[in-house]
Design a protein around this ligand. Structure first.
Ligand SMILES: [Fe+2]
Length: 497
C-alpha cells in the first residue's frame, strides 16, 4: 500500500514510514482506532486487526516495544496528531525494539523540523514572489506615467497594473472636482477590475469619500459598514489620498480582496501608499506640462499676431487657417488631440514671413520676380526658425510644404501627390481658401460661391482631391465668424477683384 498523500506533500509520519520501508523494514501507519492507513504486506497478511488495535492503544502514552508471535518484536510510537507508526523488528530483544522505537522518534522529530523549515521556505518564496510582482508593477507604473499620452488612458493602465499586482478585485483612482485638478482628471473616477457590489454605487461612494478627504494622512483601511465604500462591496477597502503640492486632489482605493484571508495586510497598505504617491507626482508633472504648453501657445500666438500685423490685410489670417485646418483634419478622421496639432500647424504656417520685408508683404500692386522670390523663401525660413523647437517638431512639415501643389508645380521643393505630407496638404488647402475669401489691399475677397468654385476647379491640380471632397462638406460657421471680424476692421480695398 502506498503512503497516503496530503496535498502534494507527505506528512511527517508518512515520510518516516517511507524511509523505514526503504530500509527494508515491515512498517505500518495506523489511526488511534487501529485502522491501517499505510502498511507493508506483512502487516496486512500476518497481524490480526485486534492485535494492531491493542498495539495502538498501548502506544497512547509512550513508545512501545512488544514481543509478538514468539520471535518478533514490534516497536511503536505515537505522533503528535494521533497516528501510530509500527515497525516489526524480526529478531532481537525487547531492548533492541525499544532502541528502534527511540530511533523512529528521532526520525519523526527530524521530519517535523524539515516540514516546518520547508513551510517557512515556501512562505518566504511566496512573499518574495509577491514582492517581485509588486516591484515589477511599480516599474511598469513608473514607465506608464512618463509618457505624455491621454491622462485618463494612462491612469486606467496604472490602475490595471496595480490591480493585477495585488489580490484585489478592483482598484480605483478618484479625483475631486477642483480647480487644482487638471481638466482631464477633474471629477473623474477610474476603476480597474470588477467589484462584487454595484459599479455605479461604488463610484458614487468613492466620489463621496474623495470629497471628505481634506488633509494628507496614513493609508487607511475601511471596514464594511453601511454608507461606506467598503459597505458597497462587503469587504475591507484600502484607500490613500493622492496629493499635489500638499493638497488632497483625490484618492487611490482597492477592495474585494480575493485571497483566502480577506483582511488587508501591511505590505498591501505600503504598496497602495507608494502607488498613490506616484500618481500624485504624475499629476504634478501633467499640470506643469499643461502650464508650459499654455505658456508656449501664448508666446506662439503673440509671435503669429506680430507677423500677421505686418500687413493689416493678413491680420487674423493664421488663426483662420488654423481653424480651417482643424475642421479639415476632423473631417479626415483625426482625433481631437491630433486635430489640435493641425490647428497649431495652421497657426505657425507663415512664421517664415517674419523674414520678408514689410514693403513686399504690403505692396498693393503685382510683385516683380525678385519680390516674389523673397515671398517664396518663407516656407524654408519658417522651417529654419522652428526646427529647434521640440514642441513644434510634429508641425514642421506643414510649415515647409504648405505651398507645394498636388501636381508638383508648387514650391519650395516641387514635390507632388502624397509625397507632400498630409499636414502640408491640409494647411495648403486651408491657406488658399482663406487667401481667396479674405480681402487684400488691392481686391475684396471672393464670394463664398466663387471661392468654392475655384477650390473645386483646382482639385487634383493644386489640391488633394480627397481633401477637397471633405472640405466641401464642412460647416464653416466658426471660420465665418473670424472672417467677418477681419472685414469689419479693414480699410476699403483700393482695387476691386
Ligand atoms: Fe504661406
Amino acid at each position: 500500500m502506498s503512503p497516503a498523500l496530503r496535498g502534494n506533500r507527505l506528512s511527517a509520519v508518512e515520510t518516516v514510514y517511507s524511509r523505514l520501508v526503504g530500509l527494508g523494514l515491515d512498517a505500518a501507519v495506523a489511526g488511534a482506532d487501529g485502522q491501517l492507513t499505510s502498511a507493508t504486506p506483512w502487516w496486512e497478511q500476518s497481524v490480526p486487526r485486534d492485535h494492531i488495535a491493542e498495539l495502538c492503544a498501548s502506544a497512547v502514552s509512550d513508545d512501545v516495544a512488544r514481543q509478538f508471535g514468539g520471535a518478533h518484536f514490534v516497536a511503536g510510537i505515537r505522533s503528535g496528531d494521533g497516528q501510530v507508526l509500527l515497525v516489526r523488528a524480526a529478531a532481537g530483544t525487547s531492548e533492541a525494539a525499544f532502541q528502534l522505537a527511540q530511533t523512529m522518534r528521532r526520525m519523526l522529530s527530524d521530519a517535523y523540523s524539515q516540514l516546518e523549515t520547508g513551510g517557512m521556505v515556501r512562505e518566504f518564496s511566496t512573499k518574495l514572489a509577491a514582492a517581485y510582482d509588486e516591484t515589477n508593477a511599480v516599474f511598469r507604473i513608473m514607465r506608464m506615467m512618463t509618457s505624455h499620452g491621454d491622462a485618463v488612458e494612462q491612469l486606467s493602465l496604472v490602475c490595471n497594473a496595480v490591480q493585477q499586482a495585488m489580490s484585489f478585485g478592483w482598484v480605483a483612482a478618484a479625483f475631486k472636482t477642483d480647480a487644482g485638478v487638471i481638466a482631464q482628471l477633474s471629477g473623474n473616477v477610474i476603476v480597474a477590475g470588477n467589484s462584487r457590489g454595484d459599479g455605479e454605487t461604488l463610484r458614487a461612494a468613492l466620489v463621496q469619500l474623495t470629497g471628505q478627504l481634506k488633509i494628507d494622512g496614513w493609508t487607511q483601511v475601511q471596514l464594511p459598514t453601511p454608507g461606506t465604500v467598503a459597505g458597497v462591496t462587503g469587504g475591507e477597502v484600502i484607500f490613500d489620498p493622492i496629493t499635489h503640492d500638499g493638497r488632497v486632489i483625490g484618492l487611490l482605493a482597492a477592495g474585494d480582496k480575493a485571497s483566502r484571508d480577506p483582511r488587508v495586510v501591511s505590505s498591501e497598505l505600503q504598496f497602495i501608499d507608494a502607488c498613490s504617491d506616484f500618481i500624485g507626482v504624475f499629476h504634478e508633472n501633467l499640470a506643469r506640462f499643461h502650464e508650459q504648453k499654455m505658456m508656449s501657445m501664448g508666446v506662439l500666438k503673440s509671435l503669429v499676431a506680430a507677423i500677421d500685423a505686418k500687413d493689416p490685410y493678413t491680420r487674423g489670417h493664421s488663426e483662420r487657417v488654423a481653424v480651417l485646418s482643424r475642421l479639415i483634419a476632423i473631417g479626415t478622421g483625426f482625433t481631437e488631440e491630433q486635430a489640435e496639432r493641425v490647428h497649431v500647424a495652421g497657426l505657425v504656417h507663415d512664421v517664415g514671413k517674419i523674414g520678408v520685408p514689410d514693403w513686399v508683404l504690403r505692396k498693393p500692386s503685382k510683385l516683380d520676380d525678385a519680390e516674389f522670390a523673397m515671398i517664396r523663401r518663407h516656407p524654408e525660413t519658417g522651417h529654419r526658425i522652428l526646427k529647434d523647437v521640440p514642441l513644434l517638431a510634429d508641425v514642421l512639415p506643414a510649415v515647409l510644404e504648405h505651398h507645394e501643389r498636388f501636381d508638383g508645380k508648387g514650391y519650395p521643393c516641387g514635390i507632388s501627390g502624397e509625397n507632400i505630407s498630409l499636414l502640408g496638404r491640409i494647411v495648403g488647402l486651408a491657406d488658399s481658401f482663406d487667401a481667396m475669401c479674405s480681402s487684400r489691399a488691392y481686391r475684396v475677397g471672393l464670394s463664398r460661391e466663387n471661392a468654392v468654385q475655384e477650390i473645386r476647379r483646382c482639385s487634383g491640380a493644386q489640391y488633394d482631391p480627397r481633401l477637397v471632397e471633405i472640405f466641401l462638406k464642412l460647416d464653416l460657421a466658426e471660420y465665418d465668424v473670424l472672417l467677418l471680424r477681419q472685414d469689419a476692421q479693414l480699410p476699403a480695398p483700393k482695387m476691386a477683384a
